[in-house]
Design a protein around this ligand. Structure first.
Ligand SMILES: NC(=O)c1ccc[n+]([C@@H]2O[C@H](COP(=O)([O-])OP(=O)(O)OC[C@H]3O[C@@H](n4cnc5c(N)ncnc54)[C@H](OP(=O)(O)O)[C@@H]3O)[C@@H](O)[C@H]2O)c1
Length: 185
């Protein structure tokens, strides 16, 4: 096995220019660890949020609201569940669309418990964990065609900067995927 591999790394926090496409030592699997060859990897907002050191819509059945022209809180009321994938002001405006006893589930930031209480609703933060058995079930759903993965853009690993910029635009309409050179287009 070669001693080095191509890698995209950061050596300091900052903008997309801190991403370095470079040679890095091939990691060694420790006890109870596995060495996995990566063919392709998804780019997620968490990637540029970490890079920038930042870490630390309501369900509308049968109705689509264009958030650029309509405020959802003006037209939606008394819903059971809000799934918040945006956070900030959008989460703030979500409290008023819930009915009493409803629930706001955010995957972006923990909802303020005092706000939830003042609206007589619950607010929870959901964070996904990669569990082998669940991933296997998802893989089955993909293979059987019940879940379709929409890919916005596929880029070679060396274009990681462009991939994170696209993610950071907040307007990707599918997964952004980085593929290693040997397997890219
Ligand atoms: N907790 C967890 O386990 C977990 C897991 C995955 C992701 N996340 C987080 O969830 C968030 C969303 O992830 P993602 O991968 O879907 O992000 P994303 O790729 O940045 O989402 C882009 C989508 O959001 C829409 N959008 C942007 N601003 C909006 C607004 N103000 N109102 C309504 N829609 C808006 C865009 O629509 P247009 O382009 O049409 O404007 C686009 O369809 C991120 O913050 C990510 O870090 C959390």
């Amino acid at each position: 096995m070669k001693a080095t591999m191509k890698s995209v790394r950061i050596h300091s926090f900052g903008g997309p220019d801190v991403l370095q496409f470079e040679d890095a030592p091939v990691p060694k699997a420790g006890k109870n660890e596995m060495f996995v060859r990566v063919y392709a990897a998804g780019v997620n907002p968490v990637d540029w949020k970490i890079r920038q050191r930042l870490l630390g819509q309501g369900p509308l059945p049968q109705r689509v609201i264009d958030y650029r022209s309509t405020k959802f809180e003006d037209v939606v009321h008394d819903v059971d569940v809000v799934l918040d994938t945006i956070g900030g002001d959008t989460q703030e405006r979500s409290w008023n669309v819930l009915k009493r006893g409803g629930i706001l589930v955010s995957i972006v930031q923990p909802p303020a418990q005092e706000k939830a209480a003042s609206h007589s609703v619950r607010g929870v933060f959901l964070i996904s964990k990669a569990r082998g058995d669940q991933l296997a079930r998802i893989a089955d759903l993909v293979v059987s065609g019940q879940v379709k993965v929409i890919v916005e853009k596929k880029l070679p690993l060396r274009e990681a900067r462009q991939a994170q910029e696209l993610s950071q635009s907040g307007h990707a309409h599918g997964k952004i995927v980085l593929v290693t050179d040997a397997h890219g287009d």
